[in-house]
Write a protein that binds this ligand. Structure first.
Ligand code: NAD
Ligand code: LMR
Length: 333
């Protein structure tokens, strides 16, 4: 058995965490032979609820779960981490945009970025889920100058999975038959879900998603708006934000960081835009198509960007720049 890895989940008494922890504890994310110390952080008033979560994890008797630590202290939670999954923060309610959470949530990510810097391993991989995820991730990254920027990413895999699912539903195939959709930009309603490089396998025959769908107005219209608005649609229906699908997307994202992306496939992930080959301004935490090898992502190069895509990619970059400016105003106030 290899040495145990230390994995933190914040917001551990919340609804996403409740859907997420079984998969981390049972080996579905880091492998069935990888022991895990699961560290759970939430705020002091939630410690009673967190006790119940810790009990349930013990009672699940997972062979790969070496230890569970519940805490409300950052110095305990962030110590010697291999992986940090930062979920803890306020979710939006019906009628809000995710950026409306900036004021409430950005301070959490400043403080947790500083705690990563102070207490975690320099090799830690950090995944930000709490909204607005891109700008919170940028805040954490900037608050942890001793950790490489490339170790930080934010979750746009839920949007990516939603895009796969919409194409699969349209064609009557499974999501597993569709690959290489792209989510560009912000995890917000300006994100650009792009099917123009995607492919689909129908009865063993591979073709481009555009050729299979044969409906450009859907690809450029309802497909994009459905994926952009899916989070809001779930909130309207459930009166709570998505949790089960978010937890599944976190598992997909972290598993790909740990084990790499399959040959010939790319996934979407919010990463630092410095040096990107698509003309996105530097210094933003922007979602790109990436491949991953040896726990290191690389932006997919050489994809053709037409005028339609360019306009949408620039629009979401503009929103990220504005969010960044607002976040730094809040932090310096
Ligand atoms: P929730 O309200 O059920 O749980 C959030 C938990 O975070 C609560 O237990 C709360 O006490 C805790 N928390 C608050 N401040 C904290 C802090 N400083 N440290 C540690 N824990 C803290 O919310 P949820 O449904 O689990 O959603 C959590 C976040 O994830 C929200 O911001 C939501 O909008 C976001 N989200 C993102 C995506 C994505 O794709 N990026 C998807 C779904 C939800
Ligand atoms: C989602 O995409 O479901 C989450 O970001 C929650 C939300 O606020 O939409």
């Amino acid at each position: 058995m290899p040495e145990a890895i230390r994995v933190l989940v914040t917001g551990a008494a919340g609804q996403i965490a409740y859907s997420l922890m079984q998969s981390i504890a049972n080996g579905s994310v880091f492998g069935k032979d990888q022991p895990v110390v699961l560290v759970l952080l939430d705020i002091t008033p939630m410690m009673g609820v967190l006790d119940g979560v810790v009990m349930e994890l013990h009672d699940s008797a997972h062979p790969t779960l070496k230890e569970v630590i519940g805490t409300d202290k950052e110095e305990v939670a962030f110590k010697d981490l291999d992986v940090a999954i930062l979920v803890g923060s306020m979710p939006r309610k019906e009628g809000m945009e995710r950026k409306d959470l900036l004021k409430a949530n950005v301070k959490i990510f400043k403080s947790q970025g500083a705690a990563l810097d102070k207490y975690s391993k320099k090799t830690v991989r950090v995944v930000v889920v709490g909204n607005p995820a891109n700008t919170n991730c940028l805040t954490a990254l900037r608050s942890a100058p001793s950790i490489p920027k490339e170790n930080f990413s934010c979750l746009t895999r839920l949007d990516h999975n939603r895009a796969l699912a919409q194409i699969a539903l349209r064609l009557g195939v499974s999501s597993g038959d569709v690959k290489n959709v792209i989510i560009w930009g912000n995890h917000s309603s300006t994100q650009y879900p792009d099917a123009s490089h995607a492919s689909v396998n129908i009865e063993g025959k591979e073709s481009s998603a555009l050729d299979a769908v044969k409906d450009d107005s859907w690809i450029k219209g309802d497909f994009i708006s459905t994926v952009q608005q899916r989070g809001a649609a779930v909130i309207k229906a459930r009166k709570l934000s998505s949790a089960m699908s978010a937890a599944k997307a976190i598992c997909d994202h972290v598993r790909d960081i740990w084990f790499g992306t399959p040959e010939g496939q790319f996934v979407s992930m919010g990463v630092i835009s410095d040096g990107n080959p698509y003309g996105v301004p530097e210094g933003l935490l922007y979602s790109f198509p990436v491949t991953i090898k040896d726990k290191t992502w690389k932006i997919v190069e050489g994809l053709k960007i037409d005028a339609f895509s360019r306009e949408k990619m620039d629009l979401t970059a503009k929103e990220l720049q504005e969010e960044k400016d607002t976040a730094f105003e809040f932090l310096s106030a």
